[in-house]
Design a protein around this ligand. Structure first.
Ligand code: FEO
Length: 386
């Protein structure tokens, strides 16, 4: 695949890994992107995950068509992109690696070698001339690790964006839901906590004339780039993408589920903008995390359990708060057969969260829905629809 006359895609698709980064399900596989910039001094950007290093080197050799690479540019040191560095440096002994000083320190820690005599350390504004093409670097700490740099090729107006603008899913597999769904799950799962750092990055990108974004995962983006930049702005500023209510529940015997579904029904009947419901024990946890960040209002329904709350709900709230969940309205439905205390416990978990407003109405179920708790559901639906 050619990105431009001189830039070729040499990445790989992964249909072997079950859990990306040890926790994210990837039913559509995963792509590790790498690119070759052909010029007087050819440059390769990043490598791939360990299992695919042989395939990547084969792709590179074919794309090089007899040339020898002068540089390996490493934008990000996480092993899904750095596992092939040693094999590359061994295969091309004259090549020099360009990366941030922090990346070289990580390289030594991960792989025991740091190529002191074959390295160029890059920083904000550093320019690497390849001939016709010049890569201008800028740092992007915590998008997704502290050592990350991105680069911009002035000649073809291409941005090499590291993990940013990436998504789950292999490039050889069509995503029936388009780009946004798996890009959102990827964004909030992986860099959701680092909104301010992504905002910094977006301000650095302002003023660049970008014609293509080449991320380390997912498709190369070439059209409607304002959409992708705009949605990253919404996500990283914790803005609301979709007005509506997301109801996340856990249920032991089905009574809390019944309440969650009844609330959804009431909200729909009252013409609430958009309602989504998720069973946290059965559905993908990070799908639920992205839905919570996507919508303006969140309802959490769970049971008191071991004088705490049901485990899946605890994990879910932790996944939200550790990602700096904020600027949302949160409501609670609690269930407890003898001493319901789930609402209080859930609320306490948001103690350190910024700009969370709690609904005035809380629903308390004692075992199963009653006339009293049904009336509370009705009142909560009214409040959420206001
Ligand atoms: Fe794709 Fe942060 O590694």
């Amino acid at each position: 695949m050619n990105i431009s006359k001189d830039i070729k895609y040499i990445g790989v698709d992964d249909h072997i890994t079950d859990l990306f980064e040890g926790q994210y399900e990837v039913p559509l596989g995963m792509a590790y992107n790498s690119y070759l910039i052909t010029d007087e001094r050819p440059a390769v950007t990043d490598s791939v995950e360990e299992k695919f290093v042989g395939e990547w080197l084969g792709n590179l050799e074919k794309a090089l068509d007899g040339r020898t690479p002068a540089y390996l540019v490493v934008h990000h040191m996480e092993p899904d992109h750095s596992a092939g560095i040693a094999a590359f440096m061994e295969k091309y002994p004259k090549a020099v690696m360009a990366a941030s000083p922090k990346a070289f320190a990580m390289l030594k820690n991960f792989y025991g070698k740091a190529y002191e005599d074959r390295r160029i350390e890059v920083s904000d504004g550093f320019e690497l001339s390849l001939g016709k093409h010049t890569l201008r670097f800028f740092t992007a700490p915590m998008v997704h690790w502290p050592e990350v740099v991105m680069s911009y090729d002035e000649a073809d107006r291409v941005l090499f964006s590291a993990d940013a603008f990436g998504k789950f899913g292999a490039n050889d597999t069509e995503d029936p839901e388009g780009w946004a769904c798996e890009a959102r799950r990827y964004y909030f799962g992986i860099v959701g906590k680092y909104g301010p750092q992504v905002q910094n990055l977006l301000s650095k990108l302002k003023g660049l004339d970008i014609q293509a974004i080449c991320p380390l995962h997912g498709p190369v983006l070439t059209e409607d780039l304002a959409y992708y930049l705009g949605i990253y702005d919404t996500w990283s500023s914790y803005g609301v993408e979709s007005e509506g209510v997301f109801i996340a529940y856990t249920s032991v015997y089905g009574h809390t589920k019944e309440a969650a579904e009844k609330l959804a029904e009431l909200l729909e009947k009252k013409g609430c903008p958009k309602v989504a419901v998720s069973d946290l024990a059965r559905e993908d946890m990070f799908e639920a995390v992205e839905d919570a960040f996507r919508h303006s209002k969140l309802v959490l329904a769970t049971t008191t359990y071991n004088a705490d709350i049901f485990p899946f709900m605890k994990t879910f709230i932790q996944a939200l708060t550790e990602r700096n969940y904020q600027k949302r309205t949160v409501a609670f439905i609690e269930n407890g057969s003898w001493a319901p205390m789930a609402a209080k416990t859930m609320k306490a978990m948001f103690e350190k969260s910024k700009e969370i407003s709690f609904a005035e109405n809380t629903v308390t179920i004692t075992s199963a829905l009653s006339e009293k708790s049904s009336a509370q559901l009705e009142a909560l639906a009214d409040e959420l629809c206001r």
